[in-house]
Design a protein around this ligand. Structure first.
Ligand code: ADP
Ligand code: MG
Length: 707
């Protein structure tokens, strides 16, 4: 394996040593060096290229083979070929439209070139006798072989063919391939490509050298295994993917370790408040809840900031654990912030925290962007004075103006929905030179490999069982043309005292369309069920009205709730036992699982009806089958990963974690495991190399990963 990668490195990689601390040139920006115009720099920036080294890591998406010439007689119609031919004559024709037609020939056959747009200069260039090197798709026409708008060059004298495949890079409008190629060539010469892995590590993991791998990928020989290149299975690719994963792991592990050096308030469990709250709860904690609570308690008692992810399937009871953790901070005279990504979810937390903490005479305040100014001012004042011990809210909580007297613990629900900036902002609301502890909750079950990769800087606790007494939810798949059956089922359930959700189809393209769809669905449902009291919630509804509708549904005043996916997280109405989801095939698996988790919260048997529009595509069918056959969120997430890849599962754009460009978590798990082990070792034993490696791969982006 190694041989093929090292053989091809024609040039020497400068030095045989490993990269030092001095990655200076690599870190300098392109514009600094005056290498490119501001205009080009802006285009490169669009591609994420800011430094010379970024160019080195800008790898081809495919290659063109310009190393061979195909004689015209061997050229097959439909294929793209490179060939050489001599111009016989050229002519501007006006029928059926203006075009330049150039007849050419080699020893064996003829080929016409057709240009629908051309410059006068081309007419001069393409005179009889001119020798052309051409690349284009061969077409057959009544006049024989032809190429339309081929790329061509007029040859002057002997021009040798390239010996390596020609790379085609990801690019952006106005940035030509040859510009990228030239810049990357310069970068390969200018940058320090010495290895950041020691010889021993390379041997142990059977990895190709870094310099030889990048040089190979930018210019592979014509003989290279094209399938391995295309599938990124070539040893040179393996090395790049390994390096990328390693950088991610080093960065996250380093941030994990650094936390141990920062200070946070020591909040030992005193227990008097927690004991009182538990005594008032109508249920016993499950064994899993006890276990994770113990983990959180130990963390809080330490003088370093906790950064723990509390994972648990929908309905596993994370909120009560969070509330008990909050009490531990309050017992020590520190304050707590509870932040949720949507108004609905935040309000539910507010209601629960208030119900649990008010009997203990703890003042909980509500903070939301939608609330009245006077209310907000009063909440702020009570937080600043320390009178209020807990604030629950949306991102209004992290605005500059909100100040805590002593924030000791920040609880963030559905943390993957917040950007890094927002998460950081909350961490910075510290007091007395100390950072608050952080507890993050997520009901999006993240498979182990993903957690290992993207949350390597966090400690993770998992609530892996549901509270007892839940009746399993029956899931049904019903084609939309059997809507009548669904309607009568819903009617029966509601008339018998039950409550139902009706989830509108998801329109991803536009919020306006989504709103129209919600309103249309609501009208249709009202017409279908004139005898029922029906409410509507959607994303655009003012917070106050939303709260009113939710409260009415919760109180049983409304029998049915028509909703968009805004109810996906956190809504808790135990009496609702039926859910209908329209166009389920358009929704993600995680989303369907979350939605379905809104029912089955009480002791009554519940059902979730997934309606779909036939005919289903093969993937849609596979996905619905997963949700139909599985109720365990972790299992669903694992299958989702197989079907869709990690990006969508994590909600890449919102997660704030730079996605992997080269490695693929669905297939490169073994590499990830190796990279993780090596990252820990390098941080202990080879810190200089670890730093050089991070600098190389993350450069300026590195700050972000500390979040
Ligand atoms: P999630 O993990 O989805 O946020 P919640 O914290 O909202 O779950 O809990 C779901 C429901 O289960 C709530 O009504 C909560 O009061 C209840 N619950 C939590 N823990 C237990 C338990 N140990 N036994 C019975 N019910 C519980
Ligand atoms: Mg919850």
């Amino acid at each position: 394996m190694r041989a093929s990668a090292s053989k091809v490195s024609g040039r020497k990689s400068g030095s045989t040593g490993t990269a030092g601390e001095d990655a200076e040139l690599a870190a300098r920006t392109l514009a600094d060096l005056g290498a490119v115009s501001d205009d080009t720099a802006a285009k490169l920036a669009k591609l994420g290229i800011h430094t010379w080294f970024d160019l080195v890591l800008h790898l081809p998406m495919r290659y063109e083979d310009e190393t061979k010439l195909v004689p015209l007689r061997d050229a097959r119609v439909g294929g793209t070929v490179q060939t050489e031919a001599i111009v016989v004559d050229s002519e501007v024709m006006y029928r059926p439209r203006k075009q330049l037609v150039v007849r050419t020939a080699d020893e064996g056959a003829e080929l016409s070139l057709r240009f629908l747009n051309f410059y006068p200069s081309q007419l001069k260039q393409l005179t009889p006798g001119a020798r052309l090197r051409l690349i284009g798709e061969i077409r057959g026409s009544v006049f024989g072989l032809e190429m339309v708008h081929p790329r061509y060059r007029v040859l002057r004298g002997a021009e040798p063919l390239p010996e390596t495949l020609t790379p085609v890079y990801p690019s952006t409008a106005g940035l030509a391939q040859h510009t990228l190629r030239a810049l990357i060539k310069r970068a390969l010469n200018a940058c320090d490509l010495r290895d950041t892995l020691s010889e021993a590590v390379l041997a142990e993991h059977r990895l190709a050298g870094f310099a030889e791998s990048v040089r190979f990928l930018h210019a592979p020989p014509a003989s290279a295994d094209s399938l391995a290149l295309e599938q990124r299975a070539h040893p040179a690719w393996t090395r790049i993917k390994f390096d990328e994963l390693l950088a991610q792991q080093i960065s996250m592990r380093a941030s994990h370790d650094r936390r141990g050096k920062r200070t946070a308030p020591k909040l030992p469990a005193r227990g008097h408040l927690a004991r009182r709250m538990m005594a008032l709860l109508p249920f016993e904690l499950t064994a899993a809840q006890h276990r994770v609570l113990a983990e959180v308690r130990t963390d809080l008692a330490r003088p370093h900031p906790m950064q723990r992810l509390l994972q648990g399937d929908v309905g596993s009871g994370k909120t009560v654990v969070a509330a008990l953790a909050a009490l531990q901070a309050i017992e020590n005279d520190w304050q707590v912030a509870v932040m949720a990504p949507t108004e609905i979810l935040a309000e539910q937390h507010y209601a629960k925290f208030k119900a649990w903490l008010a009997p203990l005479e703890i003042d909980v305040v509500w903070m939301s962007g939608a609330q009245k100014k006077r209310e907000r001012e009063s909440a702020r004042a009570r937080l600043l004075s320390g009178e209020a011990r807990v604030a629950v809210g949306t991102h209004a909580l992290i605005q500059e103006a909100v100040e805590f007297q002593r924030l000791g613990l920040a609880i963030v629900d559905e943390q993957h929905r917040f950007g890094v900036r927002e998460r950081l902002a909350l961490a910075h609301k510290s007091a007395e030179g100390m950072e608050p502890h952080r507890l993050m909750m997520s009901a999006t079950p993240i498979p182990r490999t993903l957690a290992m990769s993207f949350y390597a800087d966090l400690d993770v606790s998992v609530i892996d069982m549901l509270p007892p007494g839940r009746t399993p939810i029956t899931t049904k798949l019903i084609a939309a043309n059997r809507r009548d059956e669904v309607v009568s089922r819903v009617r029966d359930a509601c008339c018998a005292g039950g409550q139902a959700y009706w989830v509108c189809p998801l329109i991803e393209e536009s919020e306006t369309l989504q709103l129209q769809t919600a309103l249309a669905t609501y009208t249709a449902i009202q017409e279908t069920f004139p005898e029922l009291r029906i409410g509507l919630v959607h994303g655009r509804l003012p917070a106050g009205e939303k709260a009113q509708v939710m409260a009415a549904f919760k109180a049983g005043e409304l029998q049915m709730l028509v909703a968009t996916t805004v109810i996906e997280v956190g809504v808790d109405v135990p009496n609702a036992t039926l859910m209908v989801i329209e166009n389920a095939e358009r929704m993600g698996l995680a989303q369907l699982h979350q939605l379905r988790g809104r029912v089955g919260r009480g002791s009554e048997a519940s059902a979730c009806i997934l309606m779909y529009e036939p005919a289903l595509s093969e993937t849609a069918r596979a996905r619905l089958k997963v949700i139909y056959e599985n109720t365990d969120g972790f299992e669903i997430a694992r299958k989702d990963l197989e079907l869709r890849g990690p990006g969508e599962l994590l909600g890449a754009r919102q997660s704030g974690v730079p996605m992997l460009r080269f490695a693929d978590l669905a297939t490169d798990i073994a590499l990830l495991e190796q990279a993780r082990a090596l990252a820990d070792r390098m941080l202990k034993l080879e810190q200089r190399l670890a730093r050089a490696h991070l600098e190389r791969w993350l450069g300026a982006r590195h700050e972000y990963l500390k979040a």
